[in-house]
Design a protein around this ligand. Structure first.
Ligand SMILES: NC(=O)c1ccc[n+]([C@@H]2O[C@H](COP(=O)([O-])OP(=O)(O)OC[C@H]3O[C@@H](n4cnc5c(N)ncnc54)[C@H](O)[C@@H]3O)[C@@H](O)[C@H]2O)c1
Length: 257
C-alpha cells in the first residue's frame, strides 16, 4: 500500500490500538486524522503521534457525517478509513437495553454509516480502503461479553458484505480480529481478562505492525494472533466439538470465581 501523503482517518484513537495504528501510519508517511470522544485525550494522542485531532462521536449518523466533513476539511480526500472505535458493555443475558444499544451503535452501525458516506466517492474514483477493527469475538465468540460478541459478529459480517460487493470496483476491505490486546479495554479485572491475557495478549504496537504488513497484501482477515485461524477452522468444521470446548472454558471460568 502506498500511504505516503495519503489521507487516513482512525476512529477511537485516543489510546490503545487506534493510537498505535495512527502512530505507525504517520511514521509511514500518511496524513492522519485521529478521532475520539474526549477532545483533550484526542488532542494529546494527535500531539504524540503527529496526527491531526478531530474529536467527536464516530458512531451516530450525525457524528460520522460531521467527522467525515471535518476530516475532509483537513485532508482533502479521505483515502483510507480505520473504523476502530469500540465498546465492551454488558456481560450476559442481564445486559441492559442501553448496553445493547451502545454496542450496536459503536461496534456495528458506525461502520455502516461511514461506508454509506465514503464508498460512493471511492467507487467513482476506483479506489478506497475501509478497515474495521472487529475482534476475534466477532469471528468466534467471547465468553462473558454477549453484546460485544454479537455486535462484533455484525461488524465482521458488514465488512464481508462490503468486500464481496465492491472489491471489483477498487474497494479494499479488511477486518482486524485480535484476541487479547493490552489496552484500557482489557484493563478491567475479571476471569475473562485472565483467560485472554493468559492466551497471549499483545501490545497495541504489535497489532499495528501486523496490520501494516496486511496493508501490503490487502488480505481481508488480519489476525494478530495467528492461532485464531485454527479456532475459526475448528468452529466451521467441527462446530459441536468447538462449542463443547468453549463450554469447558466457561466452566473453568465459573470454577475460578
Ligand atoms: N483490547 C482488546 O483485547 C481488543 C481485542 C479485540 C478487539 N479490540 C477492539 O479494538 C478496538 C480498539 O480498542 P482498544 O483495545 O484499543 O481499547 P480502548 O478502550 O483503548 O479504545 C477504544 C476507543 O474507542 C473510543 N470510543 C468509544 N466510543 C466511541 C465513539 N462513539 N466515538 C469515538 N470514539 C469512541 C473510546 O473512547 C476508546 O478510546 C475496539 O474496537 C475493540 O473492540 C480490542
Amino acid at each position: 500500500m502506498s500511504v505516503s501523503g495519503s489521507g487516513v482517518v482512525v476512529t477511537g484513537a485516543a489510546g490503545g490500538i487506534g493510537k498505535a495504528l495512527a502512530a505507525r501510519l504517520v511514521r509511514e508517511g500518511a496524513r492522519v486524522v485521529v478521532n475520539d470522544l474526549d477532545p483533550e485525550a484526542t488532542e494529546r494522542a494527535a500531539a504524540e503521534t503527529g496526527a491531526h485531532p478531530v474529536p467527536g462521536d464516530a458512531a451516530s449518523e450525525e457524528g460520522v457525517a460531521s467527522l467525515i466533513e471535518r476530516a475532509r476539511d483537513h485532508l482533502g480526500e479521505i483515502d483510507s478509513w480505520f473504523g476502530n472505535a469500540g465498546v465492551a458493555r454488558g456481560q450476559g443475558l442481564d445486559a441492559t437495553e442501553a448496553e445493547w444499544h451502545t454496542s450496536w451503535e459503536v461496534n456495528t452501525m458506525a461502520h455502516v454509516r461511514a461506508a454509506r458516506l465514503l464508498v460512493p466517492g471511492w467507487i467513482e474514483r476506483g479506489s478506497g480502503r475501509f478497515v474495521v477493527t472487529a475482534s476475534a469475538a466477532g469471528l468466534l465468540t467471547a465468553l462473558g461479553t454477549l453484546p460485544y460478541s454479537v455486535s462484533k459478529h455484525g461488524a465482521v459480517a458488514f465488512a464481508e458484505w462490503l468486500s464481496a460487493t465492491y472489491r471489483h470496483r477498487g474497494l479494499v476491505v479488511q477486518a482486524i480480529c485480535p484476541q487479547g490486546v493490552q489496552t484500557d479495554m482489557l484493563a478491567a479485572p475479571g476471569p475473562l481478562r485472565d483467560v485472554l491475557v493468559a492466551d497471549g495478549a499483545l501490545t497495541p504496537e504489535a497489532v499495528a505492525d501486523v496490520t501494516w504488513e496486511a496493508l501490503q497484501d490487502d488480505r481481508f482477515l488480519i489476525l494478530p494472533q495467528p492461532e485464531a485461524a485454527g479456532y475459526y477452522v475448528a468452529r466451521a468444521t467441527s462446530t459441536d466439538r468447538w462449542l463443547g470446548g468453549m463450554n469447558k472454558l466457561q466452566r473453568l471460568i465459573e470454577s475460578a470465581t
